[in-house]
Design a protein. Structure first.
Length: 260
């Protein structure tokens, strides 16, 4: 099969990128694929710590599958030109070293960095989790109170620029997915309005809109042991109705992503 590079990106932190990236990586491992993961936000290192926690837990349970993981750091050069060149070479060499893997899952920081933009330009699929908030929506579109219609937000501009960069470099295309995540359990007018806007804009701005996870404590508990909802009885927390509902959400999400 042709390798797929999947980037989780957003300019805002706290949207669940690392949790989603880990669940997708483990899902693909369970399907028998060779999976590598990259943490472009290596300075903060949330995704890397998640992997490290998983490795530690796997010492007591060899059934736990571990992806091949690589953190990557930004160039420290004071020269913008040198920094950009070093970042591109560093990242492209890393991707080349992982060419034998079926999937590469990449987690990026919740802010704009040169290395993050480079990672986006290598993506076959970009998954953008966003919270159930019009503040998060502002990074995708900017609704004008004066003029009818919308303008693209800062993150949408980054996606479009990296789409052009990929097309220029290797004539490739990028499938962009916006994923409403960490949703409240209670239906609200705000949520319905947000979903309606995303549905309407999906064709206009060229993205697919899907729904992810509701806000659940289980994800914080799983992080500490490096586990996912796919790890079955290896979870160190008691199974309850919330966990069962979360597993169904995961099943629906993986089906909607349709990456394998």
């Amino acid at each position: 099969m042709t390798q797929q590079i999947i980037v989780f990106g957003n300019q805002k932190g706290g949207t669940g990128k690392s949790t989603l990236a880990m669940h997708l990586a483990v899902s693909l491992l369970h399907k028998g694929y060779k999976v590598a993961t990259i943490d472009v936000d290596a300075k903060q290192g949330t995704f890397t710590r998640y992997i490290e926690n998983r490795i530690k837990t796997s010492q007591d349970d060899p059934k736990i599958l571990i992806p091949t993981h690589r953190p990557v750091f930004e160039s420290s050069s004071d020269s913008m030109r040198v920094m950009q060149r070093e970042n591109f070479l560093r990242f492209s060499e890393l991707i080349n070293s992982l060419r034998d893997f079926d999937f590469i899952i990449i987690d990026t920081p919740g802010n704009e960095t040169d290395l993050s933009k480079i990672a986006h330009s290598f993506a076959d699929i970009i998954i953008t989790p966003m919270n159930e908030s019009f503040i998060d929506l502002d990074l995708i579109i900017k609704a004008s109170p004066i003029k009818a219609g919308v303008n693209t937000g800062s993150y949408a501009e980054i996606v479009w620029e990296q789409k052009k960069e990929k097309a220029k470099r290797d004539k490739g295309t990028i499938d962009w997915i916006i994923l409403l995540n960490r949703m409240s359990s209670v239906e609200s007018r705000n949520k319905k309005e947000l979903e309606k806007i995303l549905e309407l804009l999906s064709k206009r701005l060229g993205f697919r809109f899907i729904r992810g996870f509701k806000e659940r404590i289980i994800f914080k508990e799983l992080f500490l042991s490096g586990l996912t909802l796919l790890d079955g009885n290896t979870s160190r927390t008691a199974l309850n109705l919330s966990h069962i509902a979360a597993r169904q959400e995961l099943k629906n999400l993986l089906k909607e992503l349709n990456v394998a």
